[in-house]
Design a protein around this ligand. Structure first.
Ligand code: AMP
Length: 280
């Protein structure tokens, strides 16, 4: 695996790849890699694509400075995992390389209501920061395909919009969420949970499945209330939302259309998110 920390040598390498007719499959991450990330890289490596992973903990997408400070960094183990699955390139830039003019959030992406609802409502500025970093990474890495996890459902919709805004030729490939056998969605943030908390956190998966089972028979406000009570009873400390939405727009869900149940809740100081698609 080649590790690039700066842009220029990467661009030189990219030119060589292009001259050999290779296409690039790209997986942007913030590191602390787990099987979920590796599944995206495996998908990117199919069909003989050259695989590029980036690891960059982007300061401009954290609305909570403490969350940024506590974000797990496990670069040595990340590199080992990437090598073990045959990743071709790791792009590992510094903040200065990514933001030579300073890590100040741009707010110039026209995301419409997508940035004000659900995650956007609880994490002001988050999706502008995500667009800023992904836009910069797309310009640098210049991939044919970008692979992202359904785990971050709203983020996938935001990136689809970003690709439209940029009139980008890159295709977005959305891959399924990998879970522990307990149902807990794999997440870098799980590293901050104790064994006991990990067990309690499986309530998100259970609660979403139970909501899916009663979606058409109980009014949405009652479903939301019930889900919040279940999560608090299971040991979550605060529930930001646990609600069904229109799977295509994230607007209000109505019976007869595909739903996505989206959840965000705090276990201690660790904020976990997850979602479940329910076809009509
Ligand atoms: P992150 O490092 O958390 O920013 O995630 C990098 C990419 O990995 C994003 O596209 C995530 O949606 C994806 N991802 C995170 N967790 C999982 C998971 N459990 N299964 C599949 N993809 C995931």
């Amino acid at each position: 695996m080649i590790i690039f920390r700066t842009i220029l040598p990467y661009r030189k390498w990219l030119r060589e790849q292009r001259s050999q007719g290779k296409s690039i499959g790209f997986v942007p991450t913030m590191g602390a890699l787990h099987e979920g990330h590796l599944s995206l890289l495996r998908a990117a490596g199919n069909n003989g694509q050259t695989t590029v992973c980036s690891i960059f903990v982007n300061p401009t997408q954290f609305n909570d400075p403490n969350d940024f400070k506590l974000y797990p960094i496990t670069t040595e183990s990340d590199i080992q995992q990437l090598v073990s699955i045959g990743t071709d390139v790791l792009f590992l830039p510094s903040v200065e390389e990514m933001y030579p003019e300073g890590a100040i959030q741009q707010t110039s992406f026209e995301l419409g209501n997508l940035e004000n609802i659900l995650e956007g409502a609880f994490r002001p500025g988050h999706f502008q920061g995500v667009c800023q970093v992904v836009s910069r990474l797309l310009d640098i890495v210049a991939p044919d395909n970008i692979y992202m996890g359904q785990k971050d459902y709203q983020q996938c919709m935001v990136i689809a919009r970003l690709l439209e805004l940029k009139q980008s030729a890159t295709s977005l490939k959305i891959m399924p969420t990998l879970r522990e056998t307990s149902g807990l969605a794999m997440s870098s943030r799980n590293m901050r949970l104790s064994e006991e908390e990990r067990k309690k956190a499986t309530a998100i998966w259970r609660t979403m499945k139970e909501m899916a089972g009663t979606l058409s028979s109980i009014p949405v406000p009652d479903l939301e209330k019930e889900a919040e009570q279940k999560l608090l009873a299971a040991g979550f400390d605060k529930v930001d939302y646990c609600t069904p939405a229109d799977a295509a727009t994230l607007g209000p869900w109505q019976p007869g259309i595909d739903a996505v149940i989206l959840c965000a809740a705090f276990m201690g100081k660790v904020r976990l998110i997850d979602n479940l698609l329910v076809h009509a």
